[in-house]
Design a protein around this ligand. Structure first.
Ligand code: PHE
Length: 335
């Protein structure tokens, strides 16, 4: 009978293909009401002489059933682990997920190229407020309230005395008021004018520069700005200093560079002149030095200012200033 039982168990064990079936089988044979448990209980009804041999048989059967169940359980578990590992394996030959690199905005790039050049020439960097007093933006720069030069810059007024700065020149005044010469700094930043078309934006960027000390002459202005142009646009670039007017500099100049787009032959960008205007500059007007409490007989200096968008447009041959502010990735990716 036990031999039969052993065979039946073997068949049932074979057909148990998962852990759930296996545990049902274990209950069926070894559980409280299991077949083998019942046989063990039945031993007590046997006569003493039969009980010994029968007991050994049932106990042997019980051990071999337990061992077979344990073995199968272990092998089912390792099978399922193996298939789990296989299904979860990582294919390291798949291409990675790229997070994509960002890049500098073309204006930021031009801005840092410009600041790098001046920092190498010993200029430090200063900042000033974008919401500015009329006093700093105009009056102390020798542009009184009724002066026609105010028409050169269409201004956003916040109130009679407060405005959005129209240029970075007020930083000249602020720094001179709190420091004594020698001074040598640039002041990059945003400026605002009530003006909008393909070459004008109501907000744009300038870099101001100022150098004040004893014995600063127009030669120093020419040397510094020529060096700047050659580093920014290439050592072969032609430079021209053309007389101009700014109330805060005297004499004043406009600095043109030879048009690098047409090799000075004349094109649409240089309006057939062969020259591109890139900077305003001049010797600091003695009236401005007096306004900040410097003695114009002791100190002199030069100042300059340039528009970043304009330089970027020239350098990258961009014909619409609004492209800088549209945040169109296809445009920005090109630089
Ligand atoms: N502030 C002038 C402008 O915005 C530029 C300039 C700066 C000219 C310094 C001379 C000296 O047009």
């Amino acid at each position: 009978m036990s031999a039969d039982l052993s065979n039946i168990f073997s068949e049932e064990l074979q057909s148990a293909t998962d852990l759930n079936g296996l545990s049902q089988l274990r209950v069926k044979y070894l559980g409280k009401k299991g077949i083998i448990t019942a046989e063990l209980k039945a031993l007590s009804a046997l006569a003493a002489e039969e009980r010994k041999a029968a007991g050994k048989r049932v106990n042997d059967l019980k051990s071999s059933v337990e061992a077979a169940l344990d073995f199968k359980e272990a092998s089912l578990k390792s099978d399922s682990l193996r298939s789990k590992l296989l299904s979860e394996s990582i294919d390291i030959s798949l291409p990675g997920k790229s997070s994509g690199f960002g890049r500098q905005h073309p204006l930021s790039r031009i801005m840092s190229e410009i600041t790098d050049i001046f920092v190498r020439m010993g200029f430090s960097i200063e900042e000033g407020p974008e919401v500015e007093l009329d006093r700093y933006n105009f009056e102390l720069l020798n542009i009184p309230k009724d002066h026609p030069a105010r028409d050169m810059q269409d201004t956003f007024y916040v109130s009679d005395e407060i405005l959005l700065r129209t240029h970075t020149s007020p930083v000249q005044v602020r720094v001179m008021q709190r420091q004594k010469p020698p001074l040598r700094f640039i002041a990059p930043g945003r400026v605002y004018r009530c003006d909008a078309d393909i070459t004008h934006s109501p907000m744009f960027h300038q870099v101001e520069g100022l150098m004040v000390d004893k014995d600063i002459t127009f030669s120093n202005l020419k040397a510094v700005l020529r060096t700047f142009v050659h580093q920014m646009f290439g050592a072969d670039t032609a430079v021209r200093f053309r007389p101009s007017f700014f109330p805060f500099t005297e004499p004043s100049v406009e600095i043109d560079i030879g048009c690098f787009l047409c090799g000075q032959a004349g094109c649409r960008v240089c309006k057939s002149t062969g020259w591109l205007e890139v900077l305003g500059a001049g010797m600091v007007n003695p009236a401005v030095l007096e306004n900040v409490g410097y003695d114009p007989d002791e100190y002199s200096g030069f100042a300059f200012g340039m528009g970043i968008e304009r330089i970027a447009m020239l350098k990258y041959a961009i014909d619409d200033i609004r492209l800088f502010f549209d945040n169109d990735i296809k445009f920005l990716k090109q630089f």
